[in-house]
Ligand binder design. Structure first.
Ligand code: PMP
Length: 580
């Protein structure tokens, strides 16, 4: 294995990562008492001082509405907004300013294309080609268009490494094909798709190409003119800029013919009740007051990125990815998902006998931020036969030491994984006994444990421990009707009225995530074996606050827990309602 030291001396381009880190104030903090290691950059990257200062400067000095005022501030704001357009235009090599439209992000840009260009060009019986590794943002807008137009979606398959099957793409293109929409880089796997080849192939056959560049813009040099794509979309917050801003490049001949996406102020040239005409490009597609500060912040971000040097950034990130891949691949019980030859900055993996949610929660306790779940790529997860992955994604400010800390944490977590015992299909499956004579007393007992520990790591271990003792739920009860929706993991709950009682409820439950099993065990202790009326009267939010879980669980987990509580409440209501 190559050591950190060897990797650093192998570096061809000097890259002062510590200097870069100093530009990102957010990185200098502790999370759960450990130095923050931020590896969730594919979801959103952090902001350098240059961006923070640009936003602050704009709001402190120049803010007014754009394109409308006759006063100095409006003039300055307009100038700054239009200069931002020039910076972003240069960033992706768009030949002309009128081809560069500010949007809320990649999602809005793709919706815009589908709802305008798509509506004009796609008709009944036509086909739109996507790929198996697309983000939901590059699936659903096309799906909705195809439903509306009675057109059909076709999907380019991938191989087991997560690479597009170009041979299959060639076969899929036919006279009915109108548009191919494809990610430049996959957010879930990191695969860099051969978009130049795809564009050339499509154009030879008269097919338009849309590129979802959300994951490429932060890592790769993008030149839309050279690519000759019809559209290119990306989001500001992934290129170290603010949220709520992004850009869409489109060939002018398309943009000219496309109807507006949204209508209202600024996108018109003349309005009367009889007739309205559209403003010139790009304003035809920027209805209403735009995100002026966002555009200015985005310009500061792309200028910062260019100053550091995109090739230096790419080679630094490549070193991080190589090192991380090597370290994670060598851990027994871990499988990397996405092993394409050409990859950018993303390492996705699954751990045997442990859900991604558990891996992510345990990494968070170590101060390491990663993403877990399906990454808005459910069809891709299905292709690999998995519920989700743990994804570490790297940015220019990450270090080899951080990768090492991450790999060591994964090693520790994997070593703690316990093989799952399967419940038998037949025979008895006892429901849990009441943990205390009443819900209130059960709550007191739980609170006593939680009140002596205020450290989240210890509370977490307690939850994992009680979760490991959750009574087995037989597979026969793990059916869709018992599935709790809205959770980040698979959760089943099956409740019944305790036989021989008028109003006592009891339930069995299970999840693929240890942390969720812990939450289910907590609910069982509170509610299972108790009278429906008491269950309904119990003040769960106050209890959560008392034991501190309202602060320790993430919003996503709190929502999941609320869904589970709701399930119990609905059942308790039914039972209480049936009582003679
Ligand atoms: N496409 C890809 C490949 C992405 O990774 C994302 C964001 N995860 C999007 C589209 C959507 O970007 P946004 O949410 O910023 O609109």
């Amino acid at each position: 294995m190559i050591t950190i030291g060897e990797r650093q001396t192998k570096s061809e381009i000097p890259f002062d990562v510590e200097r870069i880190r100093a530009d990102f104030p957010i990185l200098d903090q502790k999370v759960h008492g450990k130095p923050l290691v931020y590896l969730d950059n594919a979801a959103s990257s952090q902001k350098p001082r240059a961006v923070i200062h640009a936003l602050k400067h704009y709001y402190e000095n120049d803010h007014a509405n754009v394109h409308r005022g006759v006063h100095a501030l409006s003039e300055r704001a307009t100038e700054a907004y239009e200069e931002a357009r020039i910076a972003v235009q240069k960033f992706i090599g768009a030949p002309c300013l009128r081809e560069l439209i500010f949007t809320r992000g990649a999602t809005e840009a793709i919706n815009l294309i589908a709802q305008t260009f798509g509506r004009v060009h796609v008709h009944a019986g036509d086909e739109v080609i996507l790929t198996a590794l697309e983000h939901h943002s590059n699936i659903v807008p096309w799906q909705v268009l195809c439903w509306e137009k009675h057109a059909n979606l076709r999907v380019v398959p991938i191989n087991d490494d997560g690479e597009l099957r170009l041979d299959e793409l060639e076969k899929l293109i036919n006279p009915a094909t109108r548009i191919i929409s494809v990610a430049h880089v996959s957010n879930a796997l990191g695969t860099i798709n051969p978009i130049q080849k795809i564009i050339d192939l499509a154009h030879q056959r008269g097919v338009y190409v849309v590129i979802d560049g959300a994951q490429a813009a932060p890592h790769l040099r993008v030149d839309v003119q050279k690519l000759d794509c019809d559209f290119y979309a990306f989001s500001g917050h992934k290129v170290y800029g603010p949220t709520g801003i992004g850009a869409l490049y489109g060939k002018p001949q398309h943009l000219e013919l496309m109807p507006p996406y949204q209508t209202g102020g600024d996108m018109i040239s003349y309005v009367s009740f009889e007739k309205t005409t559209w403003n010139q490009l790009p304003y035809k597609f920027e209805a209403g007051t735009p995100n002026i500060a966002g555009a200015i912040g985005l310009a500061a971000a792309v200028e910062y990125l260019e100053e550091i040097g995109r090739d230096s950034i790419a080679s630094h990130e490549h070193r991080l990815l190589e090192f991380a891949t090597e370290r994670i691949a060598s851990i027994p019980g871990v499988r990397i998902i996405g092993t394409a030859k050409e990859k950018a900055s993303v390492l996705s993996f699954v751990v045997e006998d442990m859900s991604a949610l558990d891996v992510g929660t345990r990494l968070d306790i170590e101060g390491i931020a990663v993403r877990t779940g399906h990454h808005c790529c459910q069809p891709l997860m299905e292709r690999f036969g998995i519920a989700g992955t743990t994804r570490a994604s790297f940015a220019m400010y990450n270090t080899l030491e951080e990768v090492e800390a991450f790999a060591e944490a994964v090693e520790k977590i994997v070593a703690s994984a316990r093989p799952r015992a399967g419940a038998s299909l037949n025979g008895d499956y006892p429901y849990p006994q009441a943990a205390a004579p009443s819900t209130r007393e059960a709550a007191e007992e739980i609170a006593e444990v939680f009140e002596v520990v205020d450290d989240w790591a210890e509370k977490y271990e307690y939850l994992i421990d009680i979760g490991s003792k959750l009574p087995a739920m037989p597979d026969v009860l793990k059916q869709e009707c018992n599935r709790v929706q809205g959770c980040q993991s698979t959760v089943f709950m099956h409740a019944r009225k305790k036989p021989g009682t008028p109003d006592v409820i009891e339930f069995l439950a299970d999840s693929d995530a240890d942390i969720v099993r812990g939450e289910l065990a907590l609910l069982q202790r509170l509610y299972s074996g108790q009278r429906a009326g008491e269950v309904l009267a119990f003040d769960m939010p106050a209890f959560m606050q008392r034991i501190g879980l309202d602060k320790n669980l993430t919003q996503g987990r709190r929502n999941g827990l609320a869904e589970m509580v709701q399930r119990v409440m609905r059942f308790a209501e039914n039972v209480a309602g049936q009582k003679p």
